[in-house]
Write a new protein. Structure first.
Length: 222
């Protein structure tokens, strides 16, 4: 059980006092500690609440942009990397209840979504929306142009030349089922392959593409 003073400190960071603190505790509990009381169902719900609020924020903030541009902004704001950065800023790793040595960036990202759902279920949509707007508004304002996903940027660069399409290959999977680590290699004809490690295959592919772009001297947003 989490220490009450720690939970009170987290509530202040979140800007929400829980009437049902059990929701907060569940949002912080990983399946490696208690599979029956883990955050997984809350994470599923929080992902949807987050998506709705961020989508509305982007449509309001950038009325002149088309769906494709908004989609690129959206993907960058709600991906695991962005969520883990937000979780780190909130100091969530200190509060997560998990088995020894289990906590990683992917779990921190999951907990951010679980907390959004916990706030939603405890205080309603308005409370969850207020939290998301407060945390995500500064991030929306810091990016002047719609970002491109590294995999998309690498594919477009390859298609414009004579190198063929990038290919991604799983080279290894390590760790337990609740905290896997994937190594993915990206290859382009005529260049040395590069590898990246991520908590999911998608994250590893994205990071491998980003490394390849840097090696090629390409700005993905150009």
């Amino acid at each position: 059980m989490a220490v009450a003073s720690d939970l009170e400190a987290l509530e202040r960071l979140l800007g929400h006092d829980f009437a049902k603190r059990v929701l907060l505790e569940r949002a912080l509990t990983h399946a490696s500690l208690d599979p029956a009381q883990s955050y997984e169902r809350l994470e599923f719900l929080g992902d949807r609440v987050l998506g709705l609020v961020v989508a509305q924020m982007l449509l309001d903030r950038f009325p002149e942009e088309n769906e494709g541009q908004i989609s690129r902004r959206f993907a960058a704001l709600v991906n695991a990397g962005s969520l883990s950065q937000i979780g780190a800023a909130l100091g969530l790793a200190h509060h997560i209840r998990a088995g020894a040595g289990v906590t990683n960036e992917a779990i921190v990202a999951d907990v951010v979504e679980a907390l959004i759902a916990a706030i939603y279920r405890d205080g309603g949509f308005a409370a969850a929306e207020q939290f998301v707007r407060r945390i995500w508004a500064p991030r929306i304002e810091t990016v002047s142009r719609p970002p491109r996903d590294p995999k998309t940027a690498l594919q477009e660069w390859a298609q414009a030349g004579t190198h063929g399409l990038p290919s991604y290959h799983d080279t290894s999977r390590e760790g337990p089922d609740h905290a896997p680590s994937f190594t993915v290699e990206v290859r382009i004809e005529g260049f040395e392959p590069v590898q990246a490690v991520g908590a999911s295959k998608r994250a590893a592919e994205r990071d491998a593409a980003a490394i390849m772009l840097r090696m090629l001297g390409i700005d993905p947003d150009e």
